[in-house]
Ligand binder design. Structure first.
Ligand SMILES: [Zn+2]
Length: 305
């Protein structure tokens, strides 16, 4: 059973289960993470990543045997609809109660994947659950990584679960962790720090996150923002259109690539040695931040005279 920022070793079974606080536990396979709470009304599961799969119940069994409580999963709370975090949902009984955001339900009904039954119980902005005397506060603060990604606050356990926003110790991967809304993605870290918590369950990496991890991520994204603004201010698009007068698409591609490269370079240098994968993924995240500045914020958008 681990402390806050210690990366555990994964056993031969391919998973690690550790106590976060009290009756709250987390399971990791080294890359993915989910959590569960043992209560007098059975086990409440938070996400069911496909890669952890059948090891979820094995981990629950391990804890239930060691602590003498029920191993029966009775609730599953979805952080969001994505298959990588929810793809083991159907391994659990049809008659467990699935809870998620209203949009999670809509998207899962749309996607019609038998591995991910839609939640029957939903909410819009906030919902507080009391299960077996444990308090679980769910909140939706707008679209971020996905339109339906929620904040799961466990005030009795000093924990916040927020998936696919911050990768503790690492840079965001693949275009801001594939965020579909960049202002919402950047803002999610701000919301996370408004909650009181000590343990951060990020959905990825093999360790718990800390407030320092979330603050570092926030600074990293802010630095990408500053650097992107600077690049948009200093790189003149007309040069590329003059160079490729006969091919507008080539001009656009070269201009956007040049802007991204100029904006990413100082951030890669600053965060190498601070965030893993900063060298590999800062450019793709920066590309998206530059586009969001132009399109969401209207930065450097010029109206024809
Ligand atoms: Zn996701």
């Amino acid at each position: 059973m681990d402390g806050v920022a210690i990366a555990p070793s994964i056993s031969g079974q391919g998973y690690y289960v550790g106590r976060v606080e009290g009756n709250l536990y987390r399971i990791t396979d080294g890359t993915y993470q989910c959590a569960f709470m043992t209560t007098s009304e059975g086990v409440v599961l938070f996400d069911a990543p496909a890669t952890i799969g059948h090891n979820i119940q094995r981990a629950v069994d391990e804890v239930a045997t060691a602590t003498g409580v029920s191993n029966k999963v009775t609730y599953l709370i979805y952080s969001h609809h994505h298959a990588d975090h929810a793809g083991a949902s159907s391994l659990f009984d049809r008659n467990i109660t699935r809870i998620g955001h209203e949009e999670t339900r809509k998207l899962l009904l749309r996607d019609d994947d038998p591995a991910r039954p839609a939640p029957e119980e939903t909410f819009l902005d906030r919902r507080t659950l009391e299960i077996g005397g444990e308090r679980i506060e769910l909140a939706w603060h707008g679209s971020n990584h996905s339109p339906d990604n929620i904040f799961i606050h466990l005030p009795g356990h000093a924990a916040l679960m927020l998936v696919d926003i911050v990768n503790p110790g690492s840079a965001a991967v693949c275009h801001s962790n594939l965020a579909n809304d960049i202002p919402g993605y950047i803002g999610a870290a701000d919301y996370a720090l408004t909650y009181p918590w000590k343990y951060f369950i990020a959905g990825h990496m093999n360790r718990l996150g800390t407030r320092h991890d979330v603050a570092t991520h926030r600074r990293y994204m802010a630095d990408i923002g500053d650097s992107s603004r600077k690049a948009l201010d200093t790189i003149d698009p007309t040069l590329y259109f003059a160079k490729h007068a006969d091919n507008t698409w080539a001009a656009i591609r070269e201009y956007l690539n040049a802007t991204t490269a100029a904006a990413a370079a100082p951030v890669i240098e600053k965060y190498s040695g601070i965030l893993e994968a900063a060298d590999l993924f800062t450019a793709s995240t920066t590309f998206q931040v530059v586009q969001s500045m132009r399109l969401d914020l209207g930065y450097a958008s010029q109206v024809h005279p």
